[in-house]
Design a protein around this ligand. Structure first.
Ligand code: GLC
Ligand code: GLC
Length: 816
């Protein structure tokens, strides 16, 4: 069952009924000002940091679902009937309801008793505000007297404090109203030099800024008293809950349409110029007025919207493909890169499942997110790599998370996740291959942000590799520390304290025994990348050293990390096996199978092949590949959080989608295009659209997890949007299945596509050159023969063309 459809032409998903199984959200903003917006206008916005600079309130986990939003009420002033064109919050019978989620904008509309209304929401590039363009049309055959009310509830900036510190917050709220603009200025009197504004293009019939006056005693957002009676109260908030609500009156002739623009934004004043007059407590509005004037101008708003469209067109033009499969095309060309940019921008901070107050920016997560964005925004990827490296510690380890506002490591979470530093090598290698910009390796970067500790980035990478080599266990496999990629496999924590965070609990073991086979695989992959970087720099001897280290680790993985039919997952703190046929539960895990084969371990002796067969036999389901089997049915103190989840959910045996692309890539390493693409389709959200009542999350983006077969809700997705799944699926399908892969010396084209595909075409911008790629299957298998601009080229790499080249024509025959 579907709740809408894809409009690929316009790059939109169109939702056709408001009662989606969960709020289906979209993101506004792609620079400093962001918002999440649901298909019924729920959500909130913030400036840069979802916790510390939250502009509006949103009530997570509320009933009814999805409360707090960008609300508009329309009231027929003749009859007193009122409703919301976005369905929420009034939830009237909406006629012709639609929500179009597009790239960086959302349009929601409906009709009610002959009045059609729709609102387009977006954040202009370069601006710290969101525009709401409301268009109302009188479809009746008689004049219409209409009241329009807007409504947002302000957050008192720090979203955590806002939701907890009521003894203070009920007294601090302050606003100003001047003309058509409502200013929210809580704490502006003291240490803040920023405020929020909510402006309207039309003259006001009234306003409200005190929530409980606007709503009336014991009423909710569905039935505000001001709207019901058809007149604002002109309330001015002193403490309690400041809101912004404009009231305007429109008279529309039959058939007439009118546009009203609202702006909701963030503004900072220089600390010395906060007030006007300077000795007053009134906000100095001289700096914000031009911003407001600009975006209330309809021509400027249209121009800003066109600029936003052009921005996304440009980003997406980095890679466009035409394959025989519409789901692949749609995800590769539109939604997957869009999601990659979202994870790159927001890490795991703000979504319907991430409250924006819980977590900083993850070191491992951001390095992986970068893999999906580097081709689109190489300059920003460069900056991100340097920011991340600056939170690395001198040991080579890393803070697990850092704070976006300060870019400093987060002491509360600390470090000791032993996989973290290796991801930095992978992200840097991806950046180098994409851009050829070796200068990044020479950039001086401090450790732990401490001035005086700077070392070229290359040195950071060396320490990342060394970090693993210096932390080996009894089998000379990497020690797992607090956890590796699987945050919940906590082999040294032994937590028995209810509610204690597995992320921060003190280690109960000294950490010298528990080893990770997955980390062994990741190390091999990273050390090979490091060898590639060294060789490219002309450091042949170092390159050989890294290769030798990789080979040595691969040997140990085969010797101590092989369970007979698959790779083991780990050794626990007693030296016992995790992920072995000998275990009663958790016998086989996906992570080491995908990672070890990706790293090339076991290719020669058939073990890679055997491991993937085991994945297929034991872990694959119609809804994707499970994290492990059997799921843990009880809590094991020596395994930690993984066994805290009920079977089939999250890290306890769900389809944890992030890991599936590792197996897709592994299948392509073995040349299995059919299998790789089959796995791809199982979790492809577009391919799952038809079962939206089962999947329940948005059909246009990946979710972190899909409930596994041990769960009663098998097939149900959760935690959509902010997940490493986005980047890794993008890498898997574009670089390994379609096989268009940057290398140091040129663009490799080595597709491993399904047997039934006759071929595909692609356009890829790589280092400023446009590659027109045509792939034709001439026989079975994956052997590539290449013609570049008509001339045959040995191997599968299109060499870098001479400077000044605009377009390169690449013809690829595979098979035969
Ligand atoms: C979450 C975390 C990520 C981790 C994964 C598996 O997605 O953000 O860092 O690797 O869970 O535990
Ligand atoms: C929990 C989640 C995991 C996440 C971690 C960090 O352990 O299960 O997915 O990575 O929290 O927030």
């Amino acid at each position: 069952m579907q709740f809408g459809y894809f409009d690929d032409e316009r790059r939109e998903y169109v939702i056709t009924r408001p009662d989606t199984p969960l709020p289906w959200i979209n993101y506004l903003g792609c620079e400093d000002f962001f918002g999440i917006i649901s298909n019924t206008a729920g959500g909130y916005c913030f400036y840069r940091d979802a916790r510390l600079r939250r502009l509006t309130r949103y009530r997570y986990n509320n009933v009814p679902l999805d409360f707090g939003g960008r609300y508009i009420y329309l009231r027929d002033d003749e009859t007193g009937l009122f409703w919301s064109p976005s369905w929420q919050p009034t939830r009237h019978e909406a006629e012709e309801y639609f929500c179009r989620h597009g790239l960086g904008y959302t349009v929601i509309g409906s009709a009610f008793r002959g009045v059609a209304a729709q609102t387009r929401y977006f954040v202009p590039l370069g601006a710290n505000l969101e525009v709401w363009q409301l268009t109302v049309t009188n479809q009746r055959d008689r004049p219409l007297a209409l009241s329009v009310f807007s409504a947002v509830e302000f957050c008192l900036w720090d979203a955590w404090d806002d939701a907890t510190n009521f003894q203070r917050n009920f007294s601090t709220g302050e606003v100003e109203v001047e003309g058509r603009v409502i200013y929210h200025k809580t704490e502006y009197r003291e240490r803040r030099n920023h405020f929020a504004f909510f402006a309207c293009s039309e003259p006001l019939a009234g306003f409200d800024t005190q929530r409980d006056t606007f709503l009336g005693p014991y009423r909710g957002w569905d039935r505000p008293l001001a709207v019901e009676r058809g007149q604002s109260f002109n309330s001015v908030a002193h403490g309690w809950a400041p809101i912004g609500s404009h009231h305007i009156r429109l008279h529309l002739a039959p058939g007439e349409s009118r546009q009203v623009v609202f702006l909701l934004g963030y503004h900072e004043n220089p600390p010395g110029e906060k007030f006007d007059p300077p000795d007053s407590q009134r906000i100095n509005k001289r700096t914000v007025r031009p911003v407001i004037a600009r975006y209330l101008d309809p021509a400027q708003v249209e121009a800003a919207f066109e600029a936003l469209r052009a921005h996304w067109d440009r980003l997406l033009s980095t890679l466009q493909v035409e394959t025989p499969d519409p789901h692949t095309n749609r995800m590769v060309n539109i939604w997957n890169p869009y999601q990659c940019m979202t994870t790159f921008n927001l890490a795991r901070s703000a979504s319907y499942f991430e409250s924006g107050i819980g977590r900083g920016i993850g070191f491992r997560d951001s390095n992986q997110d970068l893999l999906g964005a580097v081709a689109m925004v190489p300059e920003r990827a460069r900056e991100r790599i340097l920011d991340l490296a600056a939170t690395q510690l001198e040991t080579g380890g890393a803070y697990h998370q850092y704070q976006p506002l300060t870019k400093r490591g987060n002491d509360a979470i600390g470090s000791g996740f032993n996989d973290d530093p290796l991801w930095l090598v992978l992200s840097t290698a991806a950046y180098l291959k994409e851009t050829g910009d070796g200068s990044i390796l020479d950039e001086p970067v401090p450790y732990d942000n401490q001035p005086g500790t700077e070392e070229p980035l290359y040195g950071h990478l060396e320490r990342s590799i060394r970090y693993t080599m210096e932390r080996l266990g009894p089998h000379r496999l990497p020690l797992i520390g607090r956890a590796d990629w699987n945050d919940c496999l906590n082999l040294n924590i032994f937590s028995e304290e209810p509610g204690e965070s597995f992320q921060t609990a003190p280690l109960k073991r000294d950490g010298t025994v528990a080893e990770s086979v997955f980390l062994g695989g990741l190390f091999v992959l990273a050390a090979r990348e490091m060898a590639g970087i060294a060789r490219w720099r002309g450091l042949e001897e170092e390159a050989r050293r890294y290769e030798a280290a990789a080979d040595e680790m691969a040997r140990r993985v085969l010797e101590h990390g092989w369970d007979g039919e698959w790779f083991l997952r780990a050794y626990d703190a007693f030296g016992g096996k995790v992920g072995s046929r000998e275990c009663s539960e958790g016998q086989i895990f996906i992570e080491p199978q995908g990672m070890c084969v990706m790293a090339g371990i076991g290719l020669e002796d058939g073990r890679a092949q055997r491991a993937l067969e085991s994945v297929r036999e034991r872990l694959s389901t119609p809804h994707g590949i499970l994290l492990h089997q059997p799921a843990y049915t009880r809590y094991y103190v020596h395994l930690g959080e993984i066994s805290s989840y009920p079977p089939g959910y999250k890290e306890n045996g769900s389809v944890f989608c992030h890991t599936n692309p590792w197996v897709m890539i592994a299948e392509t390493v073995l040349g299995h295009g059919d299998r790789a693409h089959d796995y791809y389709q199982r979790i492809n959200p577009s391919a799952r659209e038809a079962i939206s009542e089962v999947h329940r999350c948005e059909p246009y983006v990946y979710a972190q997890m899909i409930a596994g077969r041990d769960a009663p809700t098998f097939g149900e997705a959760k935690n959509s949007w902010l997940t490493g799944t986005a980047a890794w699926n993008y890498v898997a399908v574009t670089q390994h299945i379609l096989g268009i892969r940057p290398t140091f010396v040129g663009l490799r084209v080595a597709p491993v596509i399904p047997r039934g595909w006759a071929g595909f075409t692609a356009r890829r911008v790589f280092r400023g050159v446009m590659y027109h790629i045509t792939v034709r299957r001439v026989g079975p298998g994956n052997r590539v023969s290449l013609r570049v601009d008509g001339r045959p080229v040995e191997g599968d790499i299109v060499p870098l063309p001479p400077p000044g080249t605009g377009i390169v024509q690449v013809d690829v025959k595979i098979g035969g």
